[in-house]
Design a protein around this ligand. Structure first.
Ligand SMILES: Nc1ncnc2c1ncn2[C@@H]1O[C@H](COP(=O)(O)OP(=O)(O)OP(=O)(O)O)[C@@H](O)[C@H]1O
Length: 606
């Protein structure tokens, strides 16, 4: 008895079964009655499925009709097709048969493209028993002619198996995924250095909250307080107050922020908080954003709290460059490592800090703290002024002249430039010596800017002048650096592009596969369309090679999942675990089964 049947569900998967089989109504599949008797008169099933048989002249026993008499399109399969025997060499474990034009042998360009999509199949199929790979003249021709097509075309061919006889170059579409590269390499994921950096930031954000520090569990909508500096009694004063910086999580949006607490501060003028509101409106890439300010008695005193955006693993400029370093052995001698900044880095500082000050002055405010301990450094080349607004609250004076404070910002900036050049924040106190070091290490332009910044205040002295003094070439160089950094990061991001979608798919697999019971049906995950999902999972993850060893080919997994997520028409053959039955299904169909099964689960869970 031989038969060809569709699954009992609405599934449109084409079943290919051993001709001598009977239907198992539990698995919805077909189980063998007796082994088939292969006969050379029977038409080879490879012809019907793939349009050609690569073993026609290599020992395949079955009948291969002349090329012209073969059907135009091999799919959908007819009942005759199902009964046709197939020559299956023992070796191919990760065979990837997909629909192919029936005219492969004619080697027209579109068909070569289809043929290329079978490359995995072919390469496995052509392995000799001792594992060496053969390449026949047809393959050589294929690869030569394929060179005429660019990679985009090849990838389109791989994803969209067309039965058209002419190749149509299709535009890239949003759902088109990258063509899998032959060998999986780490470059398919984010680069190591960036990954490590981001990992460290993530750890910094999620580090467990400290215990035994007697910190409040909750503080005006913030929880999980964690001090960012040691809580020692002897601390440098913040103006004339003691202050502590905490990391904390907001209950309203779940984001981590920085809370600066000023101890024992009594707010005398509510209007001081108006300036915090003005600060919170400044969004600038070189300024840590101010969020809100409030007073609290949660710490058993009158504390002022100002909250800021948190930049995990940021260092202060002082810690990064000025803090004295421990001596290290170098060429047999104990030496203090030089921490002189390069001229380029120094210009980067000057430009970014000047840019931040410009934004603040344009908003009608003054920074009031341009100091190495109040500038943060993140990544390789980003500087931010931080702790903004707090001085306005602490030293609130409604009649204060902002332009004077802005002139003071410039003078502080000048002192900082001297400090950075001489690696000593007090360098300005010995000006002649500082100028000598500066002239020795840096260009005259740096010295001119520093001198301008500390010069007498005047109506024409402003931050725009400073920016002009840096010169357009240096500004353009800074812009180049920023854009290159952006390109680098975007490049890294590209390699992670598909991961989110793939994780969602894997989660759906996880919900469906091996589910012990659903709707009081213990075999739910093993029957109907879910059985096809199970076989697909085997096809993706559980393939073995000719020796029965697992094929751990991430490239294959990524390619399959990408095609599944795009729902391509490409067909694959799924084989039951006992190897007695197989199904030809398209990725599109498998996708629809997964969607349906997942929706069934999701509906009930709501
Ligand atoms: N917005 C922020 N994002 C990330 N880290 C921050 C932020 N604000 C402060 N920090 C970190 O908190 C730590 C303490 O900040 P703080 O301003 O108290 O520095 P400090 O060097 O101790 O200065 P001071 O002596 O004035 O207290 C610093 O190491 C800094 O890196």
């Amino acid at each position: 008895m031989s038969f060809f049947s569709r699954p009992q569900s609405a599934s449109s998967a084409v079943k290919i079964v051993n001709p001598n089989t009977e239907l198992d109504d539990k698995t919805n599949l077909i189980s063998p009655i007796r082994p088939s008797v292969d006969s050379p008169q029977r038409q080879c099933r490879n012809i019907l499925i793939y349009g050609s048989c690569r073993f026609q002249h290599k020992g395949c026993l079955y009948y291969h009709p002349p090329v012209r008499s073969r059907p135009e399109s091999p799919l959908p399969l007819s009942a005759q097709a199902v009964n046709a025997p197939v020559f299956v060499p023992k070796a191919p474990s990760n065979v990837t048969p997909s629909s192919s034009s029936s005219q492969t042998l004619e080697l027209s360009p579109p068909l070569l493209l289809n043929h290329a999509a079978h490359s995995e199949y072919d390469s496995y199929a052509q392995q000799t028993s001792n594992g060496t790979q053969l390449m026949d003249s047809e393959d050589q021709l294929d690869s030569l002619q394929l060179d005429d097509y660019d990679h985009a075309a090849a990838s389109l061919g791989a994803f969209y198996q067309s039965t058209q006889s002419t190749f149509v170059r299709q535009p890239l579409d949003y759902h088109l995924y990258t063509h899998p590269i032959p060998n999986f390499t780490p470059s398919q994921f984010i680069g190591d250095s960036l990954r490590v950096e981001l990992q460290k930031r993530s750890e910094a954000i999620r580090a467990a909250s400290a215990v035994g520090l007697n910190l409040p569990d909750e503080l005006q909508g913030y929880h999980s307080l964690f001090p960012l500096e040691p809580l020692v009694p002897e601390r440098r004063k913040f103006f004339s107050w003691c202050s502590t910086v905490y990391r904390a999580c907001s209950s309203s949006d779940g984001v981590t922020y920085v809370l600066r607490r000023v101890e024992n501060f009594r707010l005398m003028h509510q209007a001081a908080f108006n300036l915090i509101e003005s600060w919170s409106r400044i969004h600038h890439p070189n300024i840590i954003r101010v969020r809100e300010a409030f007073t609290t008695r949660t710490f058993n005193d009158n504390s002022l709290i100002v909250t800021y955006d948190y930049h995990a693993n940021a260092q202060t400029l002082y810690d990064a460059h000025i803090k004295p370093r421990a001596p290290v052995f170098y060429q047999g001698r104990l030496q203090v490592p030089s921490s002189n900044l390069s001229e380029d880095t120094l210009w980067s500082y000057i430009i970014q800090i000047a840019n931040a000050i410009r934004a603040v002055h344009e908003a009608g405010l003054a920074v009031r703290m341009v100091d190495a301990t109040k500038i943060l450094v993140t990544g390789k080349n980003r500087y931010y002024i931080y702790s903004c607004g707090i001085a306005d609250v602490l030293m609130y004076d409604g009649r204060q002249d902002t332009s004077l404070l802005q002139q003071e910002d410039l003078a502080m900036f000048g002192r900082l430039v001297f400090g950075l050049c001489c690696n000593n924040l007090a360098a300005i106190n010995t000006l002649p010596k500082a100028l000598e070091i500066m002239s020795h290490l840096y260009s005259v332009d740096i010295k001119n800017i520093a001198l301008y910044l500390i010069s007498k205040p005047g109506p024409h002295k402003n931050i725009s002048q400073v920016i002009e003094m840096t010169g357009k070439n240096r500004l353009l160089r800074e812009m180049d650096g920023m854009q290159s950094a952006l390109d680098r990061v975007e490049g890294e991001l590209m390699s992670e592009l598909e991961n989110g979608r793939l994780v969602r798919l894997l989660c759906k697999f996880g919900f469906i596969n091996e589910r012990p019971e659903f709707a009081r049906e213990p075999r739910w995950s093993e029957t109907g369309d879910r059985y096809i999902i199970k076989l697909f999972r085997d096809y993706v993850f559980h393939q073995v090679d000719e020796s029965g060893n697992p094929v751990v080919n991430l490239s294959h997994v990524l390619a399959c999942l990408n095609k599944l997520d795009s729902g391509t028409e490409e067909r694959i053959m799924l084989v039951s675990r006992d190897e007695q039955s197989c199904l030809v299904v398209s990725y599109k169909e498998v996708k629809s089964y997964i969607e349906a099964a997942f929706n069934d689960l999701a509906k009930v869970s709501r």
